[in-house]
Ligand binder design. Structure first.
Ligand code: R5P
Length: 306
């Protein structure tokens, strides 16, 4: 087997390689003056099972193009089985038509990956549990929730005075699953409303029993601008919660989000390394939990079943 990496998150690819005790395979990438990329596989991959790690955060289109070129180059070079590990699967929030006339962007990405000949996809905490069903190739849908549960226990936040909270109703399945990992820990969700035209977010209450609860632990699939999670925290504090912690799998972190998050009333944030967070976007209240071991384990499982 061989493990290749795109440029979006080489650190994670290296960690997976280290865990598997293998070297990362090399690719040659050159960029033409007009910005076009040229990717060349320089190692023999004939009849090999090959894994590509490429996450699809900002700049999402560029990162996806790299993934597409890598799949194509590997297939043309004779790789027998190509697994695309896309820890954060960009465009997943556009998984259906919200307003007339829209494209289903996620479906476009899936079609391209499959048409290029990828044989399997591995991803984490996709926006909806139905997304894997949109593929015709097998998808390993992993989750950071067991890691979050371990961290909540480690911090002693699984007691009766604490409550898990989804920042919107769409995350209720996620919060129920996490509650199961934590022996049925209480949970609630914030009623979030988004104006599709202006993008404006508002909260109109919390569903769940906050009586005698002191700490709320908000759990979401991703933090992008940070507005969803901070709005939920404000609503919870307004309802009498004393302290808020936040967990999210994908730290998309748009330009202004770090300042917004670190000056927010949320005491601490836990995210994973599905997306590489550059040092300038990190802040004191942020803890990054690596999912390299989980991904390495999945690589071993896929190889075993292959
Ligand atoms: C929305 O349904 C998602 O689960 C996230 O809550 C949302 O995408 C986070 O985005 P932002 O941080 O920009 O509010």
């Amino acid at each position: 087997m061989k493990l290749f990496s795109g440029n979006a998150n080489r650190q994670l690819a290296q960690k997976i390689a280290d865990t598997l005790n293998i070297s990362l395979s090399k690719t040659e990438v050159s960029i033409f003056p007009d910005g076009e990329k040229r990717i060349q596989i320089t190692q023999n991959v004939v009849d090999e099972h090959v894994f590509i790690l490429q996450t699809a955060n900002t700049p999402v289109d560029m990162n996806y193009m790299e993934l597409f070129f890598l799949i194509d180059a590997l297939k043309r070079s004779g790789a027998e089985f190509v697994t695309a590990i896309v820890p954060y699967f960009g465009y997943q929030r556009q998984d259906h038509i919200f307003r007339d006339g829209e494209a289903v962007s996620l479906e476009v990405i899936i079609k391209i990956i499959q048409t290029l000949g990828a044989d399997r996809v591995v991803s984490l905490d996709m926006h909806s549990v139905r997304i894997p069903d949109m593929f015709t190739i097998p998808v390993s849908h992993l989750s950071a929730l067991p890691k979050f549960a371990a961290s909540i226990i480690h911090n002693g936040w699984n007691g009766i005075e604490n409550i898990l909270v989804s920042p919107d109703m769409g995350g209720i399945a996620r919060i129920k699953k996490l509650s199961e990992y934590l022996d049925g820990m209480d949970y609630a969700y914030v009623e979030k409303n988004r104006d599709l035209n202006s993008g404006l977010l508002t909260a109109s209450g919390v569903y769940g029993n906050l009586k005698r609860k002191k700490r709320a632990i908000i759990v979401d699939d991703m933090i992008s601008s940070g507005k969803t999670i901070v709005l939920a925290a404000q609503e919870l504090l307004h309802q009498g919660i004393e302290t808020v912690s936040a967990f999210a799998t994908h730290a998309i972190f748009t330009e202004e989000s770090s300042i917004f998050l670190k000056t927010s009333p949320i005491e601490n944030f836990f995210v994973t390394d599905t997306v590489l967070i550059p040092p300038e976007k990190q802040f004191a209240q942020l803890t990054i939990l690596s999912i390299a071991e989980e991904l390495a384990k999945e690589v071993q499982t896929i190889l075993h079943d292959y």
